[in-house]
Design a protein around this ligand. Structure first.
Ligand SMILES: Cc1ncc(COP(=O)(O)O)c(C=O)c1O
Length: 471
């Protein structure tokens, strides 16, 4: 099993680390945590556990900050050419989330038929939607072209040379012109874990600037009658601290744009510099880099590099996911079995089992990701005991929180809240062990509403035709 990551063992209360919790999280007078004006104890009673609880006002605020900050830093009044922010739907998508983020000025970037279909069904303007994917199926491209009564979505990100011919074939069949951006591999190695670093050479995404494949793709697009080259894209990875890696990538993208101008005579109007801004998951994590810090650093890097390469300043967009939705949500679990385990050397580790686990949060098992947890139904007080919070799955790696100090009197039926589970929690959830996927309840102004209903046993049964289907 992977070693537990180092980190603080005490879960900070909301007033101590507001960046870790949904914005409206409070410890009420009775000691219970509340979000959006609703006690988590009441939510657990009404909705059952486990459940994702999303603070809608917080989501709205974060989306607005990204959209306005990008527009502001790249404002043409500052000599820039406009800025924009697209929500990375893979972090968490349902109609309500798409509606909230676009209502605050963000576009939406999708990466599959399902993400695109849900986004369009939510009524998002196709002119504000992008499509990613390193292995797009024809059906995905066809839906992208059909959207908006045939006007198509705003941009398709080309990830390989064969994809140029694929999109060209489908566009030609419809007599359409498609706006495309080329996903570049800039060689920057960044990201909180190897699996979420996405722009070094030895990984599957994008076409390499260094080995010439990116230029081959550009020439193929320019030769293609149904494709219009909108610009270049680079996403270096996820859970990134600071701004240095983003700035380095921005310089490479701007340089490549200048080379394309010099070699092909085309100066593309746009660049997209991806997502990746990190968030705090535990009290040991630093306060995250803000949207304003990222946008300001990107604006300076783009401006300077455009000056150096004597190119015009492009329109610049970004695609944050985790930083928009991650901290807006907590997962609420109910405690079940508790077991003290004597370790080598005599120390005791208390295993606190909850009613979910790796099927609603795979990140600890997948990348050793660190989370924290606190009591949600009463205030933590008295002595503490070192605990490992585990799930109910048939794997010893089914860990929710590696190490956290919880009150020694923790008992069955207590509620635990795990903060910062909004991104890549529900979206990566599964039916492992035939557990039903939890729902997402949005809270705002003391009202709660399912924005994704929880699966039921009947849903699982429906997927399995059973033996009678052969009759
Ligand atoms: C192309 C692309 N853009 C944006 C994102 C969002 O990244 P994050 O959630 O770290 O902001 C991802 C995440 O994998 C991605 O692949």
């Amino acid at each position: 099993m992977t070693e537990a990551p180092a980190g603080s063992l005490v879960c900070p209360e909301p007033e101590a680390r507001p960046d870790l919790w949904p914005w409206t999280t409070r410890r009420d007078e009775d000691g219970a945590l509340s979000v959006g004006g609703l006690s988590l104890a009441k939510i657990a009673r009404d909705c059952a556990t486990p459940v994702f609880v999303l603070d809608r006002a917080d989501l709205r605020g974060r989306a607005r900050v990204w959209a306005t900050t990008m527009a502001e830093e790249f404002w043409d009044g500052y000599g820039m050419a406009g800025g924009d922010a697209f929500y990375a739907a893979k972090a968490l998508l349902c109609a309500d989330v798409a509606d909230v983020v676009t209502g605050e000025g963000m576009g939406v970037d999708t990466a599959s038929l399902g993400e695109l279909a849900i986004t369009l069904r939510a009524g998002v303007d196709p002119g504000r939607v992008g499509l990613h994917g390193n292995n797009k199926r024809d059906a995905e491209i066809e839906l992208a072209l059909e959207a908006g009564e045939g006007a198509g979505i705003m941009r398709i990100f080309i990830d390989s040379l064969p994809e140029v011919a694929q999109v060209e074939r489908i566009a030609a069949g419809r007599g359409a012109t498609v706006h495309v951006m080329v996903r570049l591999k800039t060689g920057i190695h960044a990201g909180g874990n190897e699996y979420i670093a996405t722009s070094h050479e030895d990984q599957k995404f994008g076409v390499s600037v260094a080995d010439g494949s990116a230029m081959d793709v550009v020439r193929a697009i320019l030769a293609s009658p149904h494709l219009e080259l909108l610009g270049f894209h680079n996403h270096i990875g996820s859970q990134i601290e600071g701004t240095q890696a983003f700035e380095a990538a921005a310089r490479i993208v701007v340089d490549f744009r200048a080379r394309v101008r010099d070699e092909c005579g085309v100066e593309v109007p746009e660049i997209d510099l991806g997502g990746g801004t990190g968030i705090a998951y535990t009290g040991a994590d630093p306060v995250p880099t803000s949207a304003a810090e990222v946008a300001r650093a990107l604006a300076a890097a783009v401006r300077n590099e455009c000056e150096a390469t004597r190119t015009s300043i492009p329109h610049v967009s970004v695609e944050p996911g985790r930083a928009v939705v991650g901290p807006t949500t907590v997962t609420l679990y109910r405690v079940g079995a508790i077991k003290d385990v004597t370790l080598e050397g005599g120390a005791v580790r208390r295993y606190v089992a909850v009613d979910g686990g790796m099927s609603d949060n795979i990140r600890p098992a997948l990348y050793g990701a660190d989370y924290t947890a606190t009591l949600a139904n009463r205030a933590p007080s008295g002595s503490v005991q070192r605990c490992r919070v585990v799930g109910k799955h048939c794997e010893s790696g089914d860990i929710v929180v590696w190490d956290v100090d919880l009150p020694s009197d923790i008992r069955a039926d207590d509620l635990l809240a795990v903060p910062a589970t909004g991104a890549y929690g529900w979206s990566m959830s599964s039916n492992y062990n035939m557990l039903t996927r939890p729902g997402i309840v949005a809270v705002e102004d003391a009202n709660a509403r399912w924005i994704v209903r929880p699966q039921t046993l009947a849903d699982l049964m429906d997927l399995d035709p059973g033996l009678d289907a052969e009759d």
